[in-house]
Design a protein. Sequence first.
Lengths: 263, 381
Amino acid sequence: MKVGVCLKQVPATDSRIQVKDPAAGVDTSDVKWEINPYDEFALEEALKLKDDKKASEVVIFTFGDKAAEAKIRDGLARGADRAVRIDDPALQGSDALGIARALAAAAKKEGVDILFCGKQAVDDDQAQVPAMVAELLGWPQVLAVDHIDYGDGSLRARRPAGGGATEVVEAPLPVVISCDKGLNEPRYASLRGIMMAKKKKIAVLGVGDLGLDPSQVGAAAAMVAESNWSEPPPRPPGRILEGDTPQVVAELVRLLREEAKVI
Amino acid sequence: MFAPSEDQQALIDAARAAAEAILGPTVREDDEAERFRRDAFRRLGEAGLCGIPTAEAWGGLGLGYLEYAMVLEEVAAVSAAYGVALAVSGLPQVILARYGTDAQRERWIPGLAAGELLGGFALSESGSGSDAASLKTTARRVGDEWVLNGSKFWITHAGVGDVFIVMARTGGPGARGISAFIVPADAPGVSFPKREEKMGMRASPTGEVLLEDARIPADHLVGKEGEGFRIAMSALDSGRITIGAISVGLARAAWEYASRYACEREQFGRPIIRFQGVGFMLADMAMRVEAARLLVHKAAWLRDEGRPYTHVAAMAKCTATDTAMAVTTDAVQVLGGNGYIREYPVERYMRDAKVMQIVEGTNQVQRLVIARHLERTFGPR
């Protein structure tokens, strides 16, 4: 069984995100990059299948320029076998659908049996690509999964259904799975893995290699355009309630219910 | 030179992640309990940390001392005790790689590089520290064996290690009468009667290696007879780079902790870093850490380039360890009352830093090495 993993590099969660030019977007000059944390669950799930000899090969798919290779190498160092990086001038300015078309074409070309994705990328939090890829491939999809049991030619995936309930979905392969926190405990790269990763291959594929229609990807095909970037308003300061404990508790519950509307 | 390459950064990140995951959760309780964990060391080996400069053919990573220094800094920033464990267990690998026979290398290096075996280095005696060439432990050739007698003091991993490189006298007095031996911990006549109770580095076991008619096979001699002192000094040159790197890690951890604390801790209505007395202290700490790291990296680079590096390694060791002592002491000061409390890590950094000025040649010996180099360079020929 061949397993694919979609991997995106995102600004590290402790990075300071700044918008200096409203037209240019986030200033990434001082940003440290990391593998999207949800993609780490996806990668770990694939590597566990390889450890258990259920998967013969783990292939990373990344849509991104040369700078993305550092985090692809991180994925290879953790144990993936090789990687496909999708990069082409014709793909510049693609929206989520354009990126999904490219990833779907790559997954199809590689013939993977399971494509693991993170449930969303923590940079723009759109959570669109995994569902789109599945739809484009005509494969079943199970999204935001926190447990998987593997069968023969199928799997059963569990996902939170809200309000503490869970939903268990059985799906035949090939399938797209998007991974949520709790699915597993991602490993980190060993130093030996890093040395071995240098010898692993990262193939760079363009529009032609993937058989994509150039009119369906890139800026021209994008249905979403970014018009303006701004930083979120500063968070209002916290409020401290004072007085006797019973009063304060009552007031706190009232505020949580009526103002914050969380209970 | 002034920033890690992409590959080096990946090694640094991996070393930090491994150290935090494997050592971080128990670093304080291990210090309190004076406990060294072989299983943790083994896991460091699985992560690839136990044989960084050792050739790939023997199970190492085949990297340079520059990468070794970068990795040790990360480990030491979490636990100096395990930084030292890696460096000390690295010494037999470095020695055997350079001076050992093929059989000796094959027997010992792969296990040490994997972290399955724990190594040590036994030179000091109660009566010979800085004056190492006056050591009194003897080795006599009896038939197919060497018979060793004497006592080695302040030996890291005594009682927990598997194999030690032991310096013993096979000839006349002075440096040329000393030879190096591989002494397995379970060889007959080898015992570990005393574990020292230390001020710091409490998770790193230190003790006496007692040799009472200790018998080892004849082929456990390393290099030639009389070559031991040269082997020991070359090991110490390398070791100084590692102690320097560990000290940079300690100093960095203290400085970063103190900086974060000073940005959060408020007195008189503002973060204390805005008071010049505190802010300038942190600025000085930052300068010293950066400068020490550059000197350690330079010494490592010279070694990797095959250039003379003895005097620069001495400078690096001395600078980095003096820096660690000063910076960790100031970190305690920045934290004030909390700095003196064991719940906060900075007092441990300070206790751990002190011994760095003493081991691998005291900082007085380092200055002697540097002064001798100056005399050779500038004195009459």
